[in-house]
Design a protein around this ligand. Structure first.
Ligand SMILES: [Zn+2]
Length: 474
């Protein structure tokens, strides 16, 4: 293969739309270009030639080591930026995690106080200043996943999955300075998914220099498009691969933030998901759920895991003979929930210690209404799928009409057909959408427990997806 010359690269940059006097931030891969005569400095020379005396060239120069020392810390972002920051006339910002190097008029202003900005790439940082000040972003042989400026969109949109960390740098007196860094992203992200949006909006030019696919974008248009996408969908820059634990967790954080606006507590039944704690933990975290219904046996097995993970217990589940389990629930200060299919079951449940709740199971509403004519009956857990399975309309005929509503303190988001076949929430005869809507109107502040009666972790994910669909569409 023939080596690229400076002239080739200049021609490529110009045809991509780079102009004299431009301010540009470049992310690059030197090897993507193929062979380059003269090495990385040829690429830098070509850029400086196109930009001219009035242009501003900027490259990120992150360093993995801590504390960060701008005078000698190499960057792991490739040989071009690592050659660039060492050149005479180039200035480098002090930020410990996301430093940049810059050359040209305005370089000093651009990098000034980077380390004093609250985030590494948001307002007050070179990334934001450049993008909002008429600058361009150039991706040379790399994709949108390398486009640091897009993190500014996440910070601006207040993405709930961002976290705070600490960083350290060596100042120009040689002293170590520790600083908090807010709104750090990652590890995984799906900025690649925004590429299509930028193409469709016509704010990006794509070309090729040597073998490298190159993209040039207007910084402000790019940032605004990304912010708009995040406002429409807070998960817009996360991937949707269920095997990607980073993004599953981050989506869960978005959902948990969404649940903070609701009065009710969303819970899950551990036994629906898995016998393995790791599986259960991951599954509920991915849905923003932090409350579980457990059997006494599961509690004994996982009590320290539950504490470590900060998961609360919404109820202990058991049977009518579960005296010990009921006592455990009492000691934990949570209700004990048992199935009841006749009046005798209700009476037996009433004799258990602590706070007991009966869940309708296999009987029609008349049975429970009848039982509530007697004094001292336990409270009621409303299961719509179980009413549908005995041919009743759970909302219109049972819940809406009174008696049981008065005694109901717990809800199962459990749906099914009149013939007893379980379904996803909102896809059976359980009228669960109507029930949730009514509960929300009344500011119901108890638990709504999502059931997923089949399919383990995958079944649970589907049921949760159906729940979120219902909630987002009412
Ligand atoms: Zn991911």
């Amino acid at each position: 293969m023939i080596s690229l010359t400076k002239k080739d690269i200049v021609r490529g940059l110009v045809s991509l739309g780079l102009e004299s006097g431009d301010k540009v931030l470049m992310h690059s891969s030197f090897v993507a270009l193929g062979k380059v005569e003269g090495g990385p400095n040829t690429v830098i020379d070509a850029l400086l030639e196109v930009l001219g005396e009035d242009g501003l060239l900027v490259m990120p120069t992150f360093s993995a080591g801590s504390p960060f020392n701008r005078k000698n810390a190499p960057t792991g972002l490739g040989v071009i930026p690592d050659a660039f920051w060492r050149l005479p006339g180039v200035v480098r910002s002090l930020h410990p995690s996301h430093s940049v190097a810059a050359m040209g008029p305005g370089a000093e202003d651009l990098i000034r106080d980077h380390e004093k900005a609250p985030t590494a790439y948001g307002e007050g940082t070179p990334y934001c200043k450049l993008a909002m000040g008429g600058g361009k972003v150039l991706l040379l042989g790399v994709d949108q996943d390398r486009n640091t400026t897009l993190h500014a969109a996440e910070a601006a949109a207040g993405a709930p999955y961002l976290k705070n960390i600490e960083g350290a740098y060596i100042d120009d007196n040689g002293d170590e300075v520790k600083i908090p860094i807010a709104a750090m992203a990652g590890p995984h992200r799906d900025f690649i998914g925004l590429d299509k949006l930028f193409r469709e909006k016509g704010i990006m030019r794509i070309g090729r220099i040597g073998r490298a696919a190159c993209r040039l974008m207007d910084g402000e248009a790019m940032l605004l498009a990304a912010i708009e996408a995040l406002q429409k969908d807070p998960a817009a820059v996360l991937c949707n691969n269920p095997a990607c634990w980073d993004c599953v967790r981050q989506r869960g954080q978005i959902k948990a933030a969404r649940l903070l606006d609701e009065c009710f507590t969303l819970a899950a039944v551990a036994g629906d998901i898995s016998e393995d704690w790791e599986d259960v933990h991951r599954a509920i975290l991915g849905e923003g759920i932090s409350a579980l219904e457990l059997t006494a046996e599961e509690y004994e097995r996982w009590s320290s895991d539950l504490t470590d993970a900060g998961i609360s217990i919404s109820a202990i589940r058991g049977g009518l003979k579960g005296n010990a389990a009921a006592k455990l629930a009492e000691s934990l200060g949570v209700p004990f929930i048992v199935p009841a299919s006749c009046e005798e079951d209700m009476a037996a449940a009433a004799k258990l210690p602590g706070r007991v709740i009966v869940e309708n199971t296999g009987a029609c509403s008349a049975v429970y209404k009848e039982a509530y004519n007697r004094d001292g009956m336990p409270e009621f857990a409303f299961n719509p799928a179980q009413f549908a399975a005995v041919g009743e309309k759970p909302f219109l005929r049972v819940f809406y009409r009174g008696t049981l509503r008065k005694h109901t303190v717990h809800f199962y988001l459990d749906d099914g057909l009149f013939n007893g076949t379980p379904t996803l929430p909102g896809q059976g005869n359980g009228e669960v959408k109507e029930i949730i809507s009514m509960l929300r109107c009344r500011g119901y502040n108890g638990a709504i427990t999502l059931r997923a009666r089949s399919g383990g972790t995958a079944g649970f994910r589907e049921a949760a997806l159906a729940f979120w669909y219902l909630l987002d569409n009412m």
